[in-house]
Design a protein around this ligand. Sequence first.
Ligand code: SF4
Length: 430
Amino acid sequence: MKPLVSLVKYTGSPHSLKDTLTLCGGFDRLDAHAKVLIKPNLVTWDDQYTIAPFGVFTTTRLIEDLIILLKDCGCNDISVGEGSVEFIKGVGTMAAYAGLGYPQLVKKYGITLIDFNASDSVTIKTSNALTLHLAQEVAESDFLINVPVLKTHAQTKVSLGLKNLKGCLKTSSKKLCHHVGLGLENCFTFVADYAKPALTIVDGIYALERGALHFGNAFRKDIIVASRNILAADMVAAKTIGFNPEDIPHFVAYGARHNKSLTLNDYEIRGEALENHVQPLKWDWGWTKDNTGPSVFEKFGVTGTAVPKYDETLCSGCSPFANMINILVLSAFKGEPLPNVEVLNGKKMQARPGYENTILIGNCIIAANRENENIRKAINVTGCPPGHDDVIAALRETGINIHEGTYWTYLKQQAEKYDNQEAYSWDFYK
Ligand code: SF4
């Protein structure tokens, strides 16, 4: 028998999710006494500039639907677990739960909220010699339900079930997955081998182009994809946003390790016809041909300062700086060439010749360029990750006349860009 995947139109709660799970046999192996753990995608939180949630976070509505259906099956030991990235120190998983209405779910249904960042962990050793630390609750759950969002990702093209499980790792292990030699997409697929999700439900009420944060554009898509087979759910979900399974390196890595087919015909899709729901989305921004920055630099004629595209070794700790620096460089541009500076991040980029100053963001890239003879003057922004103010100071030190307020204005615009549009309702996140 072919592995089952269901694809259903979201028309209301909780019946759409119920139909999705019935079609793929999602609860067939669920024991009412099971310790159930739900893993949504609540990637990070910002208490100053609200992250527009559409396509970024799993909808709270779908999580509530899932809890209702689990309760109908007699389950009483239900937890939700996540390990959100703290872009702002102290603003992490619990802040995300609070901002997205989870405390009400606790009151209404008696569920437990878990912050994986504060959990104990178990150590796993992968076959490619990685040592990773997995939140203990994940290892000890009887029935893990993985509920990612239907979104693209600027490093991995898509961020679905396999990628969402990276959030079950401790922070140090998340950083390690952005490994120079082993490759991000080889590393994080191992989490699924140890977490063993019983069910994957891809929340496609919204889909996100140029994710994984709200700087991309969200679309109302109104679908749910589910399967007991994580790869099958990911393959069908990816296809609905225009990606073929063989073009996603982490699908290839996971499929090869588990001897699983990447051919959609080898899976039985129940519910909607897949071809009726395919809407290709872009995953990346444009970049200049000589890799000196985003294509918007070329459009406005920015020269002098180069900010090459981040690579897969850039982990979430340093990733907010990539976007921030691009905006700040643009804020300094007044039609004249900017100071001769190259800004590097991640763990493996190498400084190119011809720049007066090289700004190195974070301990990893400082170490990677220690012997680099192309560097005339290195400006090291130390930290793992470094502090925001130190990044600003480094840009100023090179003579780039940035306007910090431009970045805050940009964040405010991003927070408000869906306001008063009917298709984008915060009711899904309460
Ligand atoms: S320095 Fe930056 S890229 Fe390196 S591990 Fe720390 S946060 Fe990640």
